[in-house]
Design a protein around this ligand. Structure first.
Ligand SMILES: *[C@@H]1O[C@H](CO)[C@@H](O)[C@H](O)[C@H]1NC(C)=O
Length: 251
């Protein structure tokens, strides 16, 4: 190798192999040109903290709350609501629901009230086998919640339940009114009774809807016209016995 050849090679080797470091410096320079604003960092930190709090709450409360189980939140702020939106509502036929009566210890315990299904596994000792309300499990027993007839009324059929709030007819008492008065009174009594029956069921609908212990898991689906296909039922004996007497006005 001649001297000049050697010099040439050395010169080649001294040349930068690639231009990357230069490029990176150029990018850094661009960044430095950008105006620095502390607000961007502050917002970043704040939004991280808020998201972290929601997330941690969700984990700590076992997925039941984004806000440490504290404040009552609107539905869309609840984890369950989002779960339901994502997977869509779950529907149970009465037969499917019956499989969740607690007999199988590996399955959760479900019950339904006015067509909405709740997981009552947290109250397995109440609703499960041997529990004092085990007849409610695996079914929509809306009628029984209102009439109190747990043996006869394990059904969602609410037709005629209002009768339990209707005063009994009693010829002796009813003689205090003219037939026209009585007719008007009975119409009012019926309206009031229907309202009472609705409110009695509503009490339980709200009880489960507002419960922190029991989570909504879906709805009962039934074939069209299911109610009309069922025979009309009499008011159960216990509820019949509790019917009020018509009050005679004092004057
Ligand atoms: C029960 O559900 C029906 C519709 O499915 C609704 O019209 C009714 O108001 C509900 N009753 C109560 C007490 O929530």
């Amino acid at each position: 190798m001649t001297d000049s050849e050697l010099r040439h090679r050395k010169a080649q080797a001294d040349k930068p192999v690639d231009a990357a470091p230069k490029k990176r410096r150029a990018i850094d320079a661009d960044d430095d040109d950008e105006k620095y604003s502390p607000w961007v960092d502050i917002l970043r930190v704040l939004s991280f903290l808020i998201a972290a709090s929601f997330g941690l709450s969700y984990v700590v409360t076992g997925g039941s709350s984004w806000t440490w189980g504290g404040v009552q939140l609107p539905e869309y702020m609840k984890a369950d609501w989002w779960k339901e939106q994502l997977r869509g509502p779950v529907y149970f036929t009465p037969e499917e629901l019956a499989a969740y009566d607690g007999q199988d210890p590996d399955k959760p315990v479900y019950l339904a009230i006015n067509g909405t299904v709740y997981d009552v596994s947290n109250g397995r000792h109440i609703y499960g086998p041997g529990g004092s309300y085990s007849f409610f499990a695996g079914a929509d027993a809306s009628r029984a919640y209102v009439t109190g007839c747990f043996a006869e009324d394990i059904t969602p059929d609410m037709r005629g339940v209002e009768v339990m709030y209707l005063p009994l007819d009693d010829p002796e008492r009813d003689a205090h009114w003219t037939p026209a008065e009585l007719e008007r009174m009975k119409a009012e009594e019926l309206e009031t009774a229907r309202k009472k029956a609705h409110e009695a069921l509503e009490h339980w609908v709200k009880f489960f809807a507002n419960s922190k212990k029991y989570k909504r898991v879906g709805y009962v689906t039934r074939e069209d016209g299911w109610l009309e296909k069922l025979p009309r039922r009499e008011l159960c004996a216990a509820a019949q016995k509790g019917r009020p007497k018509r009050k005679i006005p004092k004057n």
